[in-house]
Design a protein around this ligand. Structure first.
Ligand code: NAP
Length: 194
């Protein structure tokens, strides 16, 4: 099976992202709202036994919850080709920390290391044929795009299959992030539920 580890996005963030999904010549197919996510680690084709080891290793991760905000739009390009247009993620050391823990867990489970620098993003479209000039216009138009901050409380192991028009992702298991001790104490003092 084809697997990846990712952060799901809250509904309101996915709806906000819809506002920037369109208006780029050469990009006719945009990622549907239900598929928008932040990849932590792409695993590729993994057999059942390795998937079991990966699941066990991911379940052992201890990392705190954190807050994230999406900001700006940008693109991965290769020469004159636009490979993907994405929404950026505001710098958050806790996200890099979680990524590093996921990477270590995956390698501990026996998969080869990734080795690429981690650039968190939300892919919006992989245009078939978007001219760079049109891309510049699209990026300038949405340069002020910014979402509200949202809380990341868990990460998820997904399977990915080819659908008719789009990939179909299935959440196989989610792994909770911990509530930092200071937050628990403050909530208890206020009498809030977490
Ligand atoms: P996907 O290829 O299964 O990818 C799932 C997630 O992992 C995506 O978020 C993707 O990137 C990330 N990812 C994929 N390959 C990666 C790599 N080499 N390095 C780092 N991250 C990687 O599903 P998809 O993203 O929906 O499909 C992407 C393209 O692959 C589509 O053009 C699709 O037609 C083709 N494809 C899909 C499948 C499938 O079973 N889903 C199989 C073969 C080919 P981002 O986080 O950057 O989006």
């Amino acid at each position: 099976m084809r697997l990846f580890v990712a952060l799901a996005l809250p509904d309101q963030i996915r709806w906000q992202l819809r506002l920037v999904c369109g208006g780029l010549a050469g990009a006719s197919r945009w990622v549907p709202p239900e598929n928008l996510h932040i990849t932590l680690r792409f695993l590729g084709e993994v057999d059942g036994r390795d998937a079991h080891y990966v699941d066990a290793a991911l379940a052992g991760i201890r990392a705190p919850r954190f807050s994230l905000r999406l900001k700006g739009v940008d693109a991965f390009t290769s020469g004159q080709r636009v490979k993907a247009v994405y929404a950026g993620v505001e710098k958050q050391p806790a996200l890099q920390h979680l990524h590093d823990k996921v990477e270590s867990a995956v390698v501990r489970a026996g998969l080869p290391p990734d080795g690429q620098k981690y650039t968190p993003h939300v892919t919006l479209t992989r245009p078939k044929d978007a001219p760079l000039k049109k891309l510049q216009h699209y990026l300038a138009e949405h340069s002020l795009f910014k979402t509200e901050p949202f809380e990341v409380t868990h990460f998820t192991l997904y399977s990915s299959e080819m659908g008719g028009e789009q990939s179909v992702y299935t959440a196989l298991r989610s792994y909770a992030l911990s509530v930092p001790a200071g937050v628990i104490e403050a909530a208890a003092e206020r009498g809030d539920a977490l």
